[in-house]
Design a protein. Sequence first.
Length: 247
Amino acid sequence: MEGMEYFYELYTGLPRGGPGDNASTRKAFSYLKHLPSEPLILDIGCGPGMQTLELAKISNGTIIALDNYQPFLDMLLQKAVEDGVEKRIVLKNQSMLEMDFRDSSFDVIWSEGALYQMGFQQGLKKCYHLLKKGGYLAVTEGVMLQSNVPESAKKFWEEYPDVKDIQGNIAVLQQEQYTLLAHFTLPESSWTEQYYAPLETRIHELQKKYTGNQVALEVFARSEEEIETYKKNSEYVGYEFFIMQKK
């Protein structure tokens, strides 16, 4: 995509790279009932790592934070030092498509708003091999929340044609030999307050910085269009947190 440097600049410095909130991270983690005292956790596509920090605080484990954009990892390290959890977070600059971990390595695999880059089903397959027997997988995945959605809602996911409804995703994870433990829809505030509010502020700052730069302004305009499309269709589109266990 032309103008990717402006896209990355837009997201660098944001607290989150996508919808989410600490309460939802904690809620999802609460369903993992039989963990070792110090679990090994892989956070795939960690971004700036808000959920990584939360996992470090609530799990008493070691988290491998994987992302292929170094500025995100740098931000995460800075925050980890500030929060005093840097000794339990290991940074790894690597694409999720090139992960080289041994099979049966992890007690938990986590991925908030990122696994779709592999394709949901393909991501489930990969995680299945990386998890220990009885290991846990927790992911947020884009979903259609209702049937008979308007065209504007379908357009929201136009870059992710594999999007399904909640039951469709449950069928896929069961097909891939997982037991579903729980699932819940992220609250609208995890989009509007936690993600889009800081993003809108950042857009306005960069629009002033790049006045007259048509390529940059088009990048920012696409993000503004995404925000407006979500606000008009929030009852139809969202993220579902799926918490599952390897059979």
